[in-house]
Design a binder for this molecule. Structure first.
Ligand code: UT7
Length: 327
């Protein structure tokens, strides 16, 4: 059987580091609270000159380099992002042009923190349907530009970054085993960004009030649904493949909050060694957390041929999903 196999990973994190101590000077918060409630110690912030497509391009170049292939070999580029360069065209089209991937078609997926797993699922379906040989899947975000920096409930949580993987359709046991995606639009108001679009026009009055365009979240409500959904969708992936939690070599969950990850891992009966956590270094980079984590895990030697990797994400929409793959 042919499967979509990961043959390259790459990530890019902007240089600027914003620590909890920096945030103490900006809002009424403190390092102890942030670490105790979220596990986050610092996050990266994109330079003014950097766009979401630039972060994505750098991560993609590293993934292509590891895969040892040229950009013209890519048939499809999907970018999971909610902070794209423009409302349209897709950031993926800008990345395509930056890379010179002239044989690829390109589009974005808007699924908030689940953007990368949704994109990975799309690209897997595309390859398995025989529509192409190689795909580039990217998660890239500059959340620092849509955050209310005066709101301590949200500004301590998020960061900027990008991660990418190259998929290649190959015969054998390695590759994506299954994907399971879900949505529930009834939860919109618990986590969303009003922004300026057809529903909310940029009148001078609207522009004057950041409440009209910054991210909104009812954190503790989101927390409960996130733990439940991440657990259920992970179990769904294992059951569909007749595998157990003991078979998982590495669980790579969306990095939103250390407590969410630990509560989910506990419900799944996973040990600390099975669970990859780097939220302490980068905070929540939304659609970029999983590919950044996958790249770090690979480069740390945690992913070897035959490793069973379980990914699960949850985000605004609500959207959630899991991908199970054999490395
Ligand atoms: O990416 C997917 C979507 N996002 C998530 O998954 C995030 C989900 N939610 C969370 O991670 C957590 O709910 C938070 C980290 C956002 C908040 O943690 P919490 O334990 O749920 O705290 P809380 O919102 O219930 O707030 C507890 C207290 C409040 O004070 P009072 O009302 O008890 O006096 C907050 O005002 O902590 C206060 N607080 C803060 N204090 C210091 C909230 N933010 C801060 C802060 N520094 N930055």
């Amino acid at each position: 059987m042919k499967r979509a196999r990961v043959i390259g990973t790459g990530s890019y994190l902007p240089e600027k580091i914003l620590t909890n101590f920096d945030l103490e000077k900006m809002v009424d918060t403190n390092n102890e609270w942030i670490i105790a409630r979220t596990g986050i110690e610092q996050r990266r912030i994109a330079a003014d000159s950097e766009n979401t497509s630039d972060l994505a391009t750098k991560a993609a170049e590293r993934a292509l380099e590891m895969a040892g292939i040229g950009a013209e070999e890519i048939d499809l580029i999907v970018v999971g992002t909610i902070t794209g360069d423009y409302p349209w065209p897709a950031t993926a089209c800008i990345v395509q042009n930056n890379l010179g991937a002239k044989n690829a078609y390109a589009y974005d997926v808007s699924a908030a923190c689940s953007g990368f797993v949704y994109a990975l699922s799309n690209a897997t379906d595309f390859l398995e349907a025989g529509r192409g040989q190689k795909a580039l899947v990217i998660g890239s975000e500059i959340l620092s530009r849509v955050i209310d920096w005066s709101d301590r409930n949200t500004c301590v949580l998020f960061g900027d970054g990008a991660g990418a993987v190259v998929l290649d359709l190959q015969e054998g046991e390695a590759g994506v085993l299954s994907t399971h995606m879900h949505s529930d639009g009834s939860y919109l108001e618990l986590l969303y960004q009003p922004g300026f679009s057809t529903r909310n026009l940029p009148t001078p009055e609207a522009i004057a009030d950041p409440q009209n365009y910054t991210l909104k979240m009812q954190g503790n409500e989101v927390f409960k649904v996130a733990v439940r959904s991440l657990t259920e969708v992970s179990k769904e992936a294992l059951a569909a493949n007749k595998l157990s939690h003991k078979d998982v070599d590495l669980f790579i969950p969306h990095q939103a909050n250390r407590r969410i990850l630990e509560a989910t891992a506990k419900r799944l009966k996973l040990t600390d060694e099975q669970c990859f956590i780097n939220v302490n270094k980068y905070g929540n980079t939304s659609g970029a957390t999983i590919p950044i984590a996958m790249d770090e895990a690979y480069r740390q030697g945690l992913l070897k041929e035959g490793s069973l990797v379980l990914m699960a994400a949850f985000g605004g929409g609500f959207t959630w999903g899991s991908v199970l793959l054999r490395w």
